[in-house]
Write a protein that binds this ligand. Structure first.
Ligand code: PLP
Length: 459
């Protein structure tokens, strides 16, 4: 089948996520990009055009494309046993090994792992675990879950409600009423004049405290947050943020869910974002990097405190009535074990730390002084450049100018995928964790050329 036919079939039949449907249907957006192959940090389309993937797909292909070790592990498992479920105490060797590994490597006192297929469904599970836990320990009203404005936790009903950006809710009847949002810890936009990062963090913690008091501590079950805000703008927490937030949660007996879907398995330069920032979660969500997206697999890692209540309640309530056909899929488990072997033997958190520090410095050097750059930020191998119309007064561009999208397109025209983040004019980077310093130089050089090209159009 030729490329035109594939494009036509796609246009006729695929409902693409996050795509302007009319513009795509009428051809205004052009043809779909048919991605055919990938190797290392690069992908190649059906015309043979190579692109550097500066975003590792959707921050997920951490071990890079074309890793035969992972493909072989998937193939071996598919030949041996393509599927069995994990209901009613069934398992496979790969699943048992993976779960033991995750419980041991995850931060905090973790006990058990429940599997899904996406970050969204894992966060849906987390909400149910919070409700189940509080029902079993006789606190049936302690159900509200607080997340943050600009947090991203997925797109399903509960996880989409946790997501703190209105365009994920509009026209979709979200958010669901049990989810409440609190302020985003973004110092650049949120601090008052003269306020230090520590003071700003303390203020965000006080606001959280007040919110819990207002809702009533007996009505608040959990707080969910990404260690580093991801899709909301790749924004590391200000100094002292997690140290200020956690005592508030403990004071009110509110569980902490660390959404490590992006930060899990090395991206910040530590194995988990929670380790990087001194977070002690009760529940942890992982997906993306768990299999480097070679197979859809996510997990809700359940801490000892929550699990013990579940086990203690079992004689009263019977079986744990939650699960998916594909929970603990053996091919996913085999893929995850092969990926974690690479993460550990190649020390990808260490690479993210070392190459990441180089990346952060280079971004600052190349972008900080440009007249349309408000902030350059990031940690490890995740980073962002935020563009503003007025640096002195911190004023955004008119959204109609689509500055972020234009810069992202200019980068793509030059062979680099860097993502226009959905909230503001932000160019985001999250390359595979195997990236070398010279690949980072290539990424930043192309991005700089793209920014300068759009800058020339704007002045
Ligand atoms: N949580 C975080 C922090 C994410 O970044 C994402 C996806 O980007 C999700 C959850 C949702 O994951 P999925 O798209 O696999 O449902």
């Amino acid at each position: 089948m030729n490329i035109t036919e594939i494009a036509q079939k796609d246009r006729n039949a695929v409902l693409h996520p996050f795509t302007q449907l009319k513009d795509f249907a009428t051809g205004k957006l052009g043809d779909p990009t048919i991605v055919e192959t990938g190797k290392g940090i690069r992908i190649q389309d059906a015309y043979g055009k190579q692109l550097i993937d500066g975003f590792a797909g959707l921050y997920c292909v951490n071990v890079g494309y074309g890793r035969t070790e992972v493909a072989d592990a998937i193939s071996r498992q598919a030949h041996r046993l393509a599927y069995y479920h994990s209901y009613a105490a069934h398992t496979t060797d790969e699943l048992a090994i993976l779960s033991d590994r995750l419980v041991k490597m995850a931060p905090g006192k973790m006990s058990k792992v429940f599997y899904g297929m996406s970050g969204s469904d894992a966060n849906e599970t987390q909400a149910k675990l919070v409700w189940y836990y509080n029902n079993l320990r006789g606190k049936p009203t302690k159900k509200k879950i607080i997340s943050r404005e600009r947090g991203y936790h997925g797109c399903s009903v509960v996880s989409g409600s946790m997501t703190g950006m209105s365009f994920y809710h509009d026209h979709m009847d979200l958010p669901f009423s049990q989810i409440v949002h609190t302020g985003v810890p973004h110092y650049y936009w949120g601090a008052t004049p003269g306020e230090t990062e520590i003071e700003f963090s303390a203020r965000r913690a006080e606001e959280l405290d007040e919110l819990i008091e207002r809702l009533g501590p007996d009505n608040v079950g959990a707080f969910i947050a990404e260690p580093v805000l991801g899709t909301g703008g790749i924004t590391p927490p200000p100094k002292g943020y997690w140290q200020a937030i956690q005592p508030v949660l403990r004071k009110h007996d509110v569980l902490l869910i660390a959404d490590e879907v992006i930060t899990g398995f090395g991206r910040t330069g530590s194995m988990f974002g929670s380790l990087h920032y001194g977070i002690e979660p009760d529940l942890i969500t992982v997906a993306k990097g768990l299999t480097s997206a070679y197979f859809p697999l996510s997990a809700a890692i359940v801490g000892e405190k929550v699990y013990q209540v579940m086990e203690d309640g079992a004689d009263r309530v019977g079986a744990f009535s939650h699960g998916y056909t594909y929970s603990g899929h053996p091919i996913g488990a085999a893929a995850a074990n092969a990926v974690l072997d690479i993460v550990e033997t190649e020390d990808l958190p260490g690479n993210a730390r070392e190459v990441g520090a180089f990346f952060q410095d280079l971004m600052k050097e190349k972008f900080s002084q440009l007249p349309i750059v408000g902030e350059v930020r990031g940690v490890g191998l995740m980073g962002a450049v935020e563009f503003v119309a007025d640096r002195d007064h911190r004023k955004r561009f008119d959204p109609a100018l689509k500055v972020g999208a234009r810069i992202s397109k200019a980068a793509r025209d030059r062979g680099l995928i860097a993502r226009a983040m959905p909230h503001g004019d932000i160019l985001g980077f999250a390359p595979p964790l195997v990236a070398t310093k010279s690949e980072i130089e290539e990424i930043v050089a192309i991005a700089e050329a793209a920014v300068r090209a759009v800058l020339d159009e704007l002045v």
